[in-house]
Design a protein around this ligand. Structure first.
Ligand code: SF4
Length: 250
């Protein structure tokens, strides 16, 4: 293969990755990549139980892209004033399995993609260990904007943002979900129970089986808890197998 063929293959791979990100809801990557090419031509949880629960309308008449369009450059809550990027979600718009975290952190705020920092890299390893890839599943957060200083989300922010999570789920129609960490579990299940009590068994979120487990960031601080997370993911894999859902990496 010539140098020119190598360059063309690399450009095609980059374009496919950018298209995949945009299909999953990450906005502006193609435009910002194009601009860069032009520029360089050479190369404690607040009263969760009191937050009203929005209802998933199924079947959804909206696609994921339409949900993203409706969200727009959202200013529905005060986090719009401090965020750099909306972190909508990423992955397969028809995923059987969705991972849901709490809110973007600094790396995610900077890139517009969920779970890309150290915790995100661990999540990617967990997904690979399940026989899947990030492209097979869908990954998002309850809040689409980073709370300043990574503070806990507040109830008014959840009330404004969660309806869009529900619209995303109605568009994707996953067969099961994994929620990552105490906050996401307590918020989605409207419970004050500790994550150690909720994990390890399927719960239900709007009729979708939901497995709560520890957040990858917690695993970075407490590696011994990886065993429990792996046990939770094995239950998810067993259920996927029972339902005949593919677990072969694409
Ligand atoms: S957190 Fe959600 S509701 Fe608040 S500004 Fe961001 S996208 Fe809008």
């Amino acid at each position: 293969m010539s140098d020119q063929d190598d360059l063309l293959a690399a450009a095609r791979a980059v374009k496919e990755r950018l298209l995949w990100l945009e299909r999953g809801g990450v906005r502006g990557v193609l435009r910002s990549a194009a601009k860069k090419v032009e520029a360089r031509p050479v190369a404690s949880v607040p009263t969760l139980a009191s937050v009203p629960s929005a209802v998933i309308r199924e079947p959804s008449s909206m696609t994921l892209t339409q949900v993203r369009d409706e969200l727009g450059e959202c200013t529905r809550c005060k986090l719009s004033g401090t965020r750099k990027n909306i972190v909508f979600g990423v992955g397969n718009p028809e995923a059987s399995l969705v991972f849901i975290g709490e809110a973007p952190g600094a790396d995610e705020d900077a890139t517009g993609e969920p779970f890309v920092g150290a915790a995100g890299q661990l999540l990617t390893k967990m997904i690979l260990a399940m026989g899947l890839s990030r492209e097979d599943v869908y990954i998002c957060n309850i809040l689409k904007c980073r709370p300043p200083g990574n503070r806990n989300p507040e109830s008014d922010e959840i009330a404004e943002c969660e309806p869009f999570l529900k619209k995303q789920l109605a568009a994707i129609r996953p067969r099961m979900m994994v929620c990552l960490g105490k906050f996401a579990a307590q918020c989605l299940l409207r419970s004050d129970a500790p994550i150690s009590k909720m994990r390890g068994r399927f719960q239900s979120y709007e009729g979708i089986p939901l497995m709560p487990t520890f957040h990858p960031a917690y695993l970075l601080r407490n590696p011994s808890a990886k065993r429990e997370v792996w046990a939770d993911l094995q239950l998810v894999m067993a259920e996927m197998d029972r339902l005949g859902l593919p677990r072969t990496r694409s």
